[in-house]
Every structure is written in structure tokens, then in C-alpha cells.
Design a protein around this ligand. Sequence first.
Ligand SMILES: CC(C)(COP(=O)(O)OP(=O)(O)OC[C@H]1O[C@@H](n2cnc3c(N)ncnc32)[C@H](O)[C@@H]1OP(=O)(O)O)[C@@H](O)C(=O)NCCC(=O)NCCS
Length: 205
Amino acid sequence: MNGPLSLDDLAREPEQFTCDLHTAGGSPFTARLLRSDDGDRLGLYFDNLGPSVRGMYGPHPLHAAHAALLCGSIDCDQLLPFVAIVNDPDDAESHAIAGYFLVQVGLRDGDRQRYIDHGHPLTEQECCTFAPCIADAWQSRGLGSALFAHLATSLRRLGRRQLVLWGGVRSDNPRAQHFYRKFGFRHVGDFGVKGLNNLDMVLDL
Ligand SMILES: CC(C)(COP(=O)(O)OP(=O)(O)OC[C@H]1O[C@@H](n2cnc3c(N)ncnc32)[C@H](O)[C@@H]1OP(=O)(O)O)[C@@H](O)C(=O)NCCC(=O)NCCS
């Protein structure tokens, strides 16, 4: 059941990455890949994110129109968006998204050269690129840690050996840096964007 998996296998059976989990504090949630019928719930999740998350999360706009675009173009060869689904205790059918961890298969053009410049070249076929985002009300409650452990196990099943940060992490984001270091990410270099220092980090999976 947990043997090696190809991207073709995953495209046929995306539920291979579905898992019922708990945070360390005991809150249940389901981790799975984003589906084409998630547009409304992902749109709601994006629209409700607060300004501090928007300032820290760089890969793409966080609004309902982009959620519809993502759900309308699901392609496991390119992007693996993991979501954490929680249920409101008063509404067992709510299935709200509380976390969204975006993985790109391979490296992004915008990141690749920086790792070469840091003296840390990466192998496209062995890498994935990662950007996490947890709903404001769920941050610092262990949801991200539980979702990340599942994501790392899932990427190992695909034979991926390294995970890098999508656009790095801002130096003024201590929580995210703590989160990455806790899981073994190593700081391999810095770069500046609009006067802000950012850290590039790599995890050997
Ligand atoms: C970073 C993020 C993904 C982590 O997910 P999460 O669910 O909040 O993480 P967890 O609760 O599992 O773990 C958070 C850890 O940070 C620690 N932490 C919280 N605030 C902190 C702070 N100000 N400084 C350092 N560590 C902090 C917590 O104690 C916890 O560590 P522990 O497990 O060793 O006790 C989430 O907070 C988030 O989406 N933040 C906003 C968007 C963002 O910054 N994305 C990353 C862009 S690079």
C-alpha cells in the first residue's frame, strides 16, 4: 500500500495521498490532494486569509478566481497542492479547507539559479519545491506540522529526495523558519527582494 509510486500512478489514483490525521492537540483533519470540485471551498479559504499571510505567501494570488484556476487545471505532473480539510463540529458536512501546502514537481526557473549560485546545485528529477499556508485561525496549533509530515512521506513515495522553499522564506518570518528547521531544512544561502532579506533552505527527504 505504501510502495513506490510514479506520477502516472498518482494521476490515476490521487487518493493514494489521502490520509485521516490529527494535530498534536487532537484535532482531526483529512489531508489530501486538491480536487477539481474544491473550487468553492478553496476560494473561501483564500478570500478569508488575513494580511500577514498574504504578505508572507508569494507563489500566486490568494483569491477565489485563482482558486477556480487551480481547480480547473489539476495536473499531478506539475503541481501537487495538498489541503487539510476540517469539519465544523456543528456542521459535519462543512469540509472546510484550513491548510494549503503547494508543491511543484521539480524546480522553478526563478529558484534554480540561486541554488547554483549558493554552491548547492539541485537535481531536477529528485527535487520538489514547496510553499505552505495555514488559515489564520489554525496557525500555531500543530496543523502545519501534521500536514507537513504527511507531505514529506508522500514525496518520498514518489522517489523525491530534496525539497526546497518556493521563493525562500523572509528573514522577518521567525515562525516559518522555526517550522522549516524543526523538520530538518538547512539554510544554504540568502537573497534580497525589495530591500528584504530572504533565506533559501533545503530539506533532504
Ligand atoms: C508557517 C506555517 C505554515 C506553519 O504552520 P503552523 O500550523 O502554524 O505550524 P505548527 O503549529 O505546526 O508549528 C509552528 C511552530 O512554530 C513555533 N512558533 C510559533 N510562533 C513562533 C515565532 N514567532 N517564532 C518562532 N517560532 C514560533 C511554534 O511553537 C511551533 O513550533 P513547535 O512545534 O516546535 O512548538 C503557518 O504558520 C503559516 O501559514 N504562516 C503564514 C504563511 C507563511 O508564513 N508561510 C510560509 C512562507 S515561506
